[in-house]
Design a protein around this ligand. Structure first.
Ligand code: GDD
Length: 339
């Protein structure tokens, strides 16, 4: 049985990837912070349904000894390094911790893989944020990087480290340059989930407005479930390489809002408020990818459309918030609340 070691298994991508690899017959190991093990309902919520089929190893990507120990004990065939400080806005508030944990974390894991399991296959979660201030639309694997945040810079460093371990030490190491990918498991701080959760709460009468920053930014949004399949495919090839993963279609934040509100029969203009505090000091205005290489070499194609993504997220947030209301309000009050 093949063994896989996943950092960031408790996140959106990690949880979908773990499910996929269980289906494929892997023995799945997840590397998690020790505090997560003490707060299962909250920190392990995305993997509660598979907890009895995976093994969690406590440690920190900021500690080389804990990574070394974990990789020595598992001796994985495949390693997916997904753990990171991944919220771009936060990287402006604390550049130091973003750079420290994202760059060193990647370096430590690569170094441990090279020393302990040099034949293991390694995946690094790169990002379209590496393109940043783009001068080519759409971007492909040859487009130069121009990151616009500490987060983007940390991902460029991780990408370069991964490529260098491939070239210098012959590691089977690949980077996926993933564009924004969402799902009902997305964290509430990211714009898509912020919108769909607010739309659901507005529809249910829990809140009355949605505050956002830059509505003009355009993103090439896809579904995380499609994207974890691409990660796995990258590690099944004969030779390691880097791939752009996207849908090849972009939409503005405003369009996402319009779609989400109109799905529940509301007009966004009645609820949307611009709050300058959500603007970023340096913005990535437009991202649009070209996934031809992934299509040709991996045989990968996205299967879930932008519209399907928005609808799934709104529906799940309606379900989630309706359950919360049932817990807190008597039945008669609930009827009065729904708009
Ligand atoms: N989060 C947030 N909150 N974003 C807002 C808001 C707001 O209130 N208002 C406007 N935006 C805009 C941001 O300025 C940005 O242009 C866009 O919405 C998307 O923001 P996020 O959803 O936070 O994602 P991101 O594009 O910065 O980064 C995500 O995608 C990357 C891949 O391109 C993250 O998942 C990264 O980790 C990932 O690498």
């Amino acid at each position: 049985m093949k063994k896989v070691f996943i950092t960031g298994i408790t996140g959106q991508d990690g949880s979908y990837l773990a499910e996929l690899l269980l289906q494929k017959g892997y023995k799945v190991y997840g590397f998690v912070r020790r505090v997560a093990l003490e707060d299962e309902q909250h920190r392990l919520q995305r993997i509660l349904n598979i907890l009895d089929r995976i093994e969690l190893i406590p440690g920190s990507i900021e500690s080389y000894p804990s990574i070394y120990k974990a990789i020595s004990s598992v001796r994985p065939d495949e390693v997916y390094h997904l753990a990171a400080q991944s919220f771009v806005s936060y990287s402006f508030e604390d550049e130091f911790s973003t750079l420290q944990s994202n760059i060193s974390g990647t370096h430590y894991i690569l170094a441990a893989v090279k020393d302990i399991v040099p034949h293991a296959r390694f995946y690094f979660a790169g990002s379209s944020e590496m393109f940043g201030k783009v001068n080519t639309v759409p971007q492909n694997e040859n487009t130069p990087f121009h990151p616009r945040s500490a987060y983007g810079i940390s991902k460029v460093a991780g990408f370069d480290l991964t490529r260098n371990y491939r070239e210098a030490y012959n590691l089977f190491a690949c980077s996926g340059i993933l564009y924004n990918h969402e799902s009902p498991r997305r964290g509430f701080e990211f714009v898509t989930r912020k919108i769909t959760s607010h739309v659901a709460m507005i529809k249910l009468g829990i809140i009355s407005k949605l505050e956002l920053g830059n509505l003009e930014a355009r993103r090439d949004w896809g579904h995380a479930k499609d994207y974890v399949m691409a990660m796995w495919l990258m590690l099944q090839q004969d030779t390691p390489a880097d791939f752009i993963i996207c849908r090849g279609e972009n939409h503005s934040v405003l369009e996402f809002c319009e779609k989400a509100f109109s799905y529940v029969g509301l007009n966004y203009k009645d609820y949307l408020v611009i709050n300058p505090k959500f603007y970023r000091p340096a913005e990535v205005e437009i991202l649009l990818g070209d996934y031809s290489k992934a299509k040709n070499i991996l045989g990968w194609n996205p299967t879930i459309s932008f519209e399907e993504l928005v609808v799934e997220m709104v529906e799940k947030d309606l379900e989630y918030n309706s359950k919360k209301i049932q817990q807190f309000y008597p039945v008669q009050d609930q009827k009065a609340r729904v708009r």
